[in-house]
Design a protein around this ligand. Sequence first.
Ligand code: SF4
Length: 311
Amino acid sequence: MRVIETEAKSIMVASKLPDADFVLNPYTGCAFGCSYCYASFMGKYVGEPVEAWGEYVYVKTNAVELARQEVESKLSAKGDATLLLSSVTDPYQGVESKYRITRGILEVLADARWPGTVGILTKSPLVTRDIDVISRLPRPSVGMTVTTTDDEISRWLEVRAPKATARLRALRQLSDAGLPTYAFVGPLLPHFRWQPELLDSLFREIAEAGVRDIYVEHINLKAYIRSRLEPRLANEPPEVQQSYVAARRDDHRTALTVMVESLRTKYGLGLRLDEVLYHEAGVARAAVKTAPPEVRSDAPLKDKGPREQPA
Ligand code: SF4
């Protein structure tokens, strides 16, 4: 893992995500290295190839200072603006333990009494370290990406991310601390179509962790994503490989969407953005062409015009 210290020009970046006016990404790159990550293409803006995703992290050492400088102007422009940490990286990946940049940004926002929703999305229980700061925010919303209850599948696909069971425990801890939480079930893994009991378990455990809202997104299997995913699939049984082929079809998504609707009703989970999200191919290509020199992750997307630019 290469850790490179760098300085950013700005940290609060205007967003086209449906529920975030600004996104803040303290890091470029992500050490968790999930095989399905669609932020991998952003490496080109720091001179890194797609296949190196997960092997580097650029630390924006001036991010807290930038947040301090930018917060007033952003507040004046839109007093109730919604924020997301982070859209193209994990704000609580390992280097956050040392650099504490995410924590520093949250302290700036808490001191400013940022009135809009401050969303946090991570795969790391390290977020619980900052419960004290997050609790000082007027409108926090803390999300954990959970795609499975099976730690072996988690380790296989979400290579260096904290295990799924640890994330579910962290959600419980956040809920117990009184913080509004949500789960991001994305990508919706293909095998659930043929093993509905496993999707049932996932939704049940999310609900038991005190979560009331979920985002759900179908898997994104564009060519550049498959270029990292397929080597991982190569040694799997044919039926596993076939499930990822099937996942590119409409009928597969329709079947999973029906299952999701039934289970979220069963467990009383609200579906944010009112639909199971799916990232259309053409929009992603537009984003690749126009993205500025920054990065992106597993934040929920909804294709309303051009996809969120990496922040
Ligand atoms: S999906 Fe999220 S946690 Fe995984 S590598 Fe991408 S940014 Fe990191």
